[in-house]
Design a protein around this ligand. Sequence first.
Ligand code: C5P
Length: 215
Amino acid sequence: LNKISIAIDGPAGAGKSTIAKLIARTMNLTYIDTGAMYRAITFKILRDRIDLSNEIKLLDFLNQTKIDIVNGEILLDDLLITEKLRTPEINHYVSNIAQIPIVRKKMVELQRRIAANHNVIMDGRDIGTTVLPNATHKFFITASIEERAQRRYNELCIKGFHQDLQEVQAEIEQRDKIDTERTISPLKKHENAILIDTTGMTIEEVTDKILSYIK
Ligand code: C5P
């Protein structure tokens, strides 16, 4: 049986993880939220006050850090931390940490190792271009900046974080800028990826559209 691997890339707040989770459930695939992996590293770097300017110490730190994905949930050093990853503080720092070469190297290795053994749907920024260049299906999901900001704002409100909409929008724009302009595997649509602009679409409409391409 041929292995399935679905890559979903796109900017912040485009709805990638919501959609990917639903498709994973429908098609019985392993869902890998690569953004959550970068968030987990960021969480630990902030918690342990790791000095990012010392590359040897950082490498040591990375080698002593264990990240696993179990049923779509992130385990950091065997602790379940999914709930702690989508905070304003991590939003603020994650893109800076995700552009560090040795951080990316470690994450990409881990992502490829998981994909080698499972039928996966993986969402992120560089999945179609770098992590899984031979993915069986590639999508690039986006939406207007206003709509992406509104979605993130609603998500943060539900979690009890109070940031204004403008602040959320500025933070998303800043993150997209860093992600797009970084040297190593920047956010970019792979030429073969199917582009879906989800502005004004419901989650169900987007999911159905993607499923229609896969079948
Ligand atoms: O998808 P999410 O918003 O959780 O991603 C958080 C951050 O992690 C992104 O803004 C980006 O800096 C980084 N990231 C990345 N490569 C990926 C996934 C996420 O650099 N494949």
